[in-house]
Every structure is written in structure tokens, then in C-alpha cells.
Write a protein that binds this ligand. Structure first.
Ligand code: SAM
Length: 319
């Protein structure tokens, strides 16, 4: 295999990744749990939590030999367990210790390369020194704030800002469509942005009372872009059909007054990959599965996407 790539599916979404691989006719050579070995060059897939960019098989004589060979390539590795868990653990214990502690929001994502390996059989490792994500298994896990935000949805914005190394700035204007109970509004207000929140239901009173937060009861689809000035952040976590959200995205893009857009694309039943393709085709945008997304994807557009793509360039990923 000349152009091998390994994709790691998000937990519980192996089927979605498999369907996406099939949609692009990328030949799956082997599938082990969340790991898909594919005979094709890497490409940016929405349902890949992590992509191993240069995987290859390496024969090993023993646990010590495996660790020695990995260390000779680079320092930082994470083990993706697929089988032979005890032996894999022994190899892991012989590598330089990695402390995968939860990420503190506000800090940049790690800059040093993090390789991935799996013990394929007793005498073979599958490994890649370069991966698309700086986080083990592509999972950016945070030291959570269990007190202030009224819902766990805040993690979606934390993750988006962290993996793109791009954060809202003071006094920027954010419009939050489908804001209730207010996790996203809370994140933006904490970053000192001015937030205009819209929902059919009210915000949590603590969030509504934050300075720079204005709330309007109504539909996010009723707000006309032409009636708004420059918007730094257009956000939507509305529960709605992807088709409707896509039309909304196009309406705002055509009006050219939103610098950054972050939309959650909620999916119901079986995933419509042709529909998702429409989001992917929008210029200067990416469709991703954040590790805190469930059966939904996050679509990002504008400067935040440029920064996200720059981070991928850093890994020399070629899509
Ligand atoms: C998943 S919740 C949003 C969670 C929120 N982002 C947070 O961080 O707490 C989805 C919200 O979308 C709202 N919603 C659904 N359709 C809407 C519409 N057409 N206009 C405004 N809000 C809508 C619902 O009322 C619900 O509060």
C-alpha cells in the first residue's frame, strides 16, 4: 500500500465514519474498533476524530524493542489500544511518560508533534509520527467548569476556539441563535464579547444578567442579515433540519457581514452524506466532529476556519 491513512472514528460513531469513507470510495483495508486502515492518501473527513497521516507497519522483537524503536523516531506518543491490551500497556510503560491532563481553556493547543501507535499483532506495530490532531485520539478534553455555564454545550465553543487557536476578542459582536439556556452566550460574554442572544425560550437568569448580554425572544430564522451591521461571530446551536441551516448559512454568506460562523449541524436518524457535502463545499469552511459533539457536526466559516486550516497545514496534512 503506497498511500495508507488511518482514521479514528469518534466514540460510538464508527458507522458514520465508515459511511463517509464509502461515500468517497476510499478503500477500507481493515477495521479494528474505531480504527480504519484505508488504502488512499489522507483527506479531511468530518467524522474522523483523528487522522494518522503517515502510518506504516513496523516489526518488533519484544516489548523493549518496540519502545526503543518508537523512541528513536520521536519522544511523544499515544497508544491507541485495539487488541493485546496487556502487551500494549507494557510498551506504553517503557515510553517517556505522557501526562494527558485535561486542557485548561484559554491555553493554546499543544505544539509538539504527538504520534500514535497501535499494537497490530504480537510482533507488529502500526504507527504514525504525524497526526491531524495535537490531542491524543483527537480528543480535546477540558478541565470543565461545572458551576457557571447553564449547559454543557459551552464545550463546543471551547473546543472550536482551542483547536483553531482563535478566540473571540473584547467588544466583538456575537449573535447567538438558539441560545437557551445560555452555555454559548456565557462563553462569549466571558470573553468580553457583546452578545445578542435569540431563542424562543428564555436564557438562564444568571446568564441573562451578565454584562454585555442582550436577549430577544423569537426565531433565529427571522433575523435578516441585511438588518444587522458587521457581525464578528454568528453562532447557531438551534435544533433544526440541516437543509434549513444550510439555507441560513448561504443567506448570511451572501450578505458578507459575518466574519466568523459556527453552526451545529444536528443530524437525525441516518446521516445524509449528500447534504453534508453541501456544507463541505462552501468555500473557506470546514465540517468537523468535535469530541463533545454527539450525533451532530460543527461547521465553521471565516477567520476561525482559516486558523483551523493553518493548524492542519502545520501537520502538513494534504487534502
Ligand atoms: C441545544 S439548545 C441550545 C443550547 C445552547 N447553545 C447552550 O449553550 O446552552 C437548542 C435551542 O435551540 C432553540 N431553537 C430551536 N429552533 C429555534 C428557532 N427557530 N429560533 C430560535 N431558537 C430555536 C431551542 O429553543 C433550544 O433552546
Amino acid at each position: 500500500m503506497e498511500n495508507m491513512t488511518v482514521y479514528i472514528a469518534p466514540r460510538f460513531f464508527e458507522q458514520e465514519l465508515k459511511q463517509e469513507l464509502e461515500h468517497y470510495k476510499l478503500p477500507i483495508v481493515e477495521e479494528k474498533g474505531r480504527l480504519f486502515l484505508v488504502d488512499a492518501k489522507p483527506r479531511q473527513l468530518a467524522w474522523a476524530q483523528n487522522t494518522w497521516l503517515e502510518p506504516f507497519f513496523m516489526p518488533i522483537d519484544s516489548v523493549g524493542d518496540a519502545a526503543k524503536k518508537l523512541k528513536a523516531i520521536q519522544r511523544n506518543w499515544h497508544n491507541h489500544p485495539i487488541d493485546l491490551f496487556r502487551r500494549a500497556k507494557l510498551i506504553e510503560e517503557k515510553l517517556p511518560p505522557m501526562r494527558f491532563k485535561p486542557h485548561e481553556f484559554g491555553q493554546n493547543s499543544p505544539n509538539s508533534p504527538l504520534g500514535a501507535w497501535a499494537l497490530w499483532d504480537n510482533n507488529t506495530l502500526l504507527l504514525s509520527a504525524r497526526c491531524s490532531s495535537a490531542f491524543a485520539h483527537g480528543e480535546c478534553l477540558f478541565m470543565e467548569n461545572k458551576i457557571d455555564p447553564p449547559s454543557r454545550a459551552y464545550l463546543k465553543l471551547w473546543e472550536t476556539f482551542t483547536i483553531s487557536d482563535f478566540f473571540p476578542k473584547e467588544n466583538e459582536l456575537a449573535i447567538d441563535l438558539g441560545a437557551c439556556p445560555g452555555g454559548w452566550t456565557w462563553v462569549m460574554a466571558e470573553q468580553n464579547a457583546k452578545v445578542f442572544a435569540i431563542d424562543k425560550s428564555p436564557l438562564d437568569p444568571k446568564v441573562a444578567a451578565m454584562s454585555h448580554v442582550d436577549f430577544c425572544k423569537g426565531s433565529g430564522f427571522a433575523l435578516e442579515p441585511k438588518d444587522c451591521g458587521e457581525v464578528d461571530w454568528l453562532l447557531s446551536d438551534m435544533a433544526c433540519y440541516p437543509e434549513r441551516l444550510y439555507d441560513l448559512a448561504i443567506k448570511w454568506i451572501n450578505n458578507k457581514n459575518a466574519k466568523n460562523i459556527i453552526f451545529t449541524v444536528k443530524l437525525q436518524g441516518s446521516t445524509d452524506h449528500a447534504m453534508l457535502e453541501l456544507f463541505k463545499e462552501i468555500e473557506n469552511s470546514s465540517l468537523l466532529h468535535l469530541c463533545c459533539n454527539k450525533h451532530e457536526l460543527t461547521w465553521i466559516y471565516g477567520e476561525v476556519n482559516l486558523n483551523y486550516q493553518k493548524k492542519l497545514d502545520f501537520t502538513k496534512i494534504r487534502f
